[in-house]
Design a protein around this ligand. Sequence first.
Ligand code: AMP
Length: 392
Amino acid sequence: MSNNILVINSGSSSIKFSLFDMSSEAERASGLAERLNTAEGEITIKSAEGKLNLKLEKSDYRSTLEVIINTLTEQGLMDTLPVAIGHRVVHGGEFFSDPVLVTADVIEKIKQCIPLAPLHNPAAVAGIEAMESLYPEIPQVTVFDTAFHQTLPPKAYLYGVPYELYEELGVRRYGMHGTSHQYVSSEAAKRLGLGEKHGILTAHLGNGCSCSAVVNGKCVDTTMGMTPLEGLLMGTRSGDVDPGLHQFLHDQKGWSIEEITNVLNKKSGLLGISGVSNDMRSVEAAAEEGNERAQLALDVFHFRLARQLGGLAACLPQLDALVFTGGIGENSRSTRALIINTMKILGIELDEELNKTNGNELGVISKGNGPKAIVVNTAEELMIARAAQALI
Ligand code: AMP
């Protein structure tokens, strides 16, 4: 019997998807539908058979998901409908600390979290509802980016603002990239044979970046907050700024709250400082060629990363491992080397040769008897597929 699970990540104008054959956990196909709800909607599907590009006649969520499923079938990538659909949902608020099967109540709760993730959660709801109307017989599972961080204690998740704002509106830190932090920390513990008692720092460094402190498999603190804007410098996001900056920019530039939020989300970070790109490869290449602003962007990126990792280390009873993941963590040797070599306080000894090859067969890039540094490729989609399989 077929054992395919389709994993879907619905964004405001795009849908990413991966099809897994869960008998072997092999990814049969992956793809991206872009420019949804416009006349230019299109889909790209990649598989062992090659790459396929399709223009969409209708690019609303429902029509797009139907085309995705039909195309995967026509291309022989699945012989029957998937046994389950797994959805990535950014914000589960305080409702969800584990993946769940979709019910009317679950959809209602995801909707209640929309004020906390106004760009992401409506898209997730649209994706779930479209799937439900198309294929009511297929069970759907939601996996929340915030779920792994629900173990944060109040001292880590409360902001220093009136407590009533937490009670009335849920103003607190939630953290994101939870599926990735959970996967790479458990994978590192397993590969390094750390046993049940361990202290791990995880650095998920992609276009979005966040770090977490994990003690005995549970997250105790993380750098993202109520929204994915808090914490580290990212591709286009500023990370931490003085909360007084909003008033200052409003007074000096006449910008509205929306304009300021847009600048902090879309025009800041590596892009904002370097003026070159939000893409680490391009910023590293420009710095290499002597572009001073690109070098400055790298300096700020690394300095803030080190400072946040140092802060998170304070939450650990002991440090056993530092895990790098995400496009930058998995590939940027210079980022890993800089962090390990400058953060002597962590007591990790870099193995330059292993770092050059992105780690040995386990991903380890350190040597000696101290804490280990390890590269673990993140597998968020596979984690969602596994969660879906476990629930059906
Ligand atoms: P992600 O969001 O996880 O796909 O990561 C995207 C980020 O990873 C971008 O900033 C890329 O430039 C960065 N990245 C991917 N490959 C490399 C590489 N070889 N060296 C440095 N950065 C990389």
